[in-house]
Design a protein around this ligand. Sequence first.
Ligand SMILES: Cc1ncc(C[n+]2csc(CCOP(=O)(O)OP(=O)(O)O)c2C)c(N)n1
Ligand code: SF4
Ligand SMILES: [Mg+2]
Length: 277
Amino acid sequence: MRKWRGGAFCLRHSEGGQMKSTSFIRDKYIRNLPTRFCDGCGNGIILNCFARAVDNLKFDLKNLVCVSGIGCSAWIPSPHFNSDTLHVTHGRAIAYATGIKVFQPHLNVVVFTGDGDGAGIGGNHLIHAARRNIDLAVILVNNFTYGMTGGQVSPTTPYSYISETTIRGNPEHPFDLFELMKAAGSQYVARTTTFHSARLIKTIEKAMSIKGFSFVEVVSQCPTYFGRRNRLGDAVQMIHLYEQKAKSGELFLGEFEREKRPELTEELEKLRKEGGE
Ligand SMILES: Cc1ncc(C[n+]2csc(CCOP(=O)(O)OP(=O)(O)O)c2C)c(N)n1
Ligand code: SF4
Ligand SMILES: [Mg+2]
């Protein structure tokens, strides 16, 4: 397991090659539609990093499908990203993505989900997809709250933090999604933040390249609800807070890659051939 120190990664310091201009990335990958994201929301940074990762990988957009459930983070691909997208029911993105991948294994399938969508209502789908080792890349935006519905407590809200539904402080303890997804059997697990954008691009590239189940947790800012309720300042102050927490080690950032094990759709193909189909 590799631990990343909370260093000053930024887009200008991206490793390997020339950075493409923002207008090139926007024109090729982003649909020209109004955004619903609040000013300073981390979802815009994640969309930018995802588009750059796809560009660096030179993936054909015709073979890329993005699936998302319901939540502000689900808007990252749909309506914004210029590939096929499936915007489905709350907590069920992985179930739909599983269907796509099993039916059309040659497609690159990426799931965008939130801490509520992916670890709350969809938590069971998440851990079982990791156990099955199906070749999906899941990008979970952890803003520690249900942003879309007004800032309720989520399974990752830290202990004692304020939310719409925990006005005297959260009495519960949060999931450590990195450890959870490692234990569940993921082929690749990583955690980074919206501050570490160059690292985020590389992490998404790796998650999309690895055969098997990959999970990327992106710690992100929701200034509108989580930040405001907990007096964490504006978006910039929140990003720097997460940077500081990463530097001090309070917020672990790193990656884990398991020794290769059989991937589900390859196993299904073997069974099909053995059965003479
Ligand atoms: C079955 C169902 N239950 C509840 C909701 C209401 N709902 C919509 S989004 C959401 C939570 C979103 O939180 P998260 O997944 O963390 O995404 P964020 O908005 O924070 O990015 C909830 C509870 C719903 N749409 N469907
Ligand atoms: S409510 Fe929070 S997560 Fe949703 S768009 Fe606004 S800042 Fe982003
Ligand atoms: Mg959330």
